[in-house]
Design a protein around this ligand. Structure first.
Ligand SMILES: N[C@@H](CCC(=O)N[C@@H](CS)C(=O)NCC(=O)O)C(=O)O
Length: 206
């Protein structure tokens, strides 16, 4: 299997399926496409593999799965023993709702606080829309952590955590400190072995 990823320090969408793929224990190669190149070069570099022109994309033989959420769902089906989603249908439905809410939302936070693993923590003056995103994420995390007992959103690590790992990194970078268990969750997610591996690689990128 081959995972096409973008520049690690910026590519929050690439980080998500990379974390899920690491959890499966499967062997895979990473192909890094530098983002923010001039003259449409990023798009041109991705298009031969994924017609969307966006990373991430997972290549498995003739199959190409594009889009972070689709890749994670594919991995959950392909590697059931890895339990990327929990067995319990209620927990699974809530985890999927949380991942989908991230995948399709929180635009203001994403725009105002882009993932940047190479910069020092700083204060961000949030707009009302971004503040509402932070409030909702904090509420969601505290609800799931309370319901399932932590340390991850559904108890054990799941795709929902892959989806919120870049959010945790944004919170740390921009000095956003969520209240309650959500605050501890930021440290938990950013302290996982796999996230630390990605972060170290991101920091050593040109
Ligand atoms: N909805 C897509 C979003 C993918 C996306 O926006 N990827 C960005 C990088 S994080 C990209 O490929 N940008 C192309 C560019 O910067 O030229 C997904 O979830 O995979």
């Amino acid at each position: 299997m081959e995972l096409l990823i973008g520049t690690r320090k910026w590519s929050s969408w690439s980080l998500r399926p990379w974390l899920a793929l690491k959890r499966t224990g499967a062997a895979f190669t990473e192909t890094l496409i530098p983002l923010r190149q001039e003259n449409n070069q990023t798009y041109e570099a991705i298009r031969p593999v994924s017609r969307s022109g966006l990373v991430p994309a997972l290549k498995e033989g003739d199959l190409v799965v594009w889009d972070s959420l689709a890749i994670c769902e594919h991995l959950a089906e392909r590697f059931p023993a890895a339990k990327l989603w929990p067995d319990d249908a209620v927990a699974r439905a809530m985890g999927r709702s949380a991942a989908a809410e991230m995948h399709s939302g929180f635009q203001a936070l994403r725009q105002e606080c882009p993932m940047a693993l190479d910069i020092d923590p700083r204060h961000a003056e949030l707009s009302q829309a971004a503040f509402k995103n932070v409030t909702r994420i904090t509420e969601l995390w505290n609800d799931l952590l309370g319901r399932f007992g932590g340390p991850f959103l559904l108890g054990e690590w799941s795709i929902a955590d892959a989806f919120y790992a870049p959010v945790a990194s944004r919170f740390r970078t921009y000095g956003i400190k969520p209240e309650g268990a959500a605050g501890r969750y930021v440290d938990t997610i950013l302290g996982t072995r796999d996230f630390l591996e990605w972060e170290a690689a991101a920091k050593s990128e040109a």
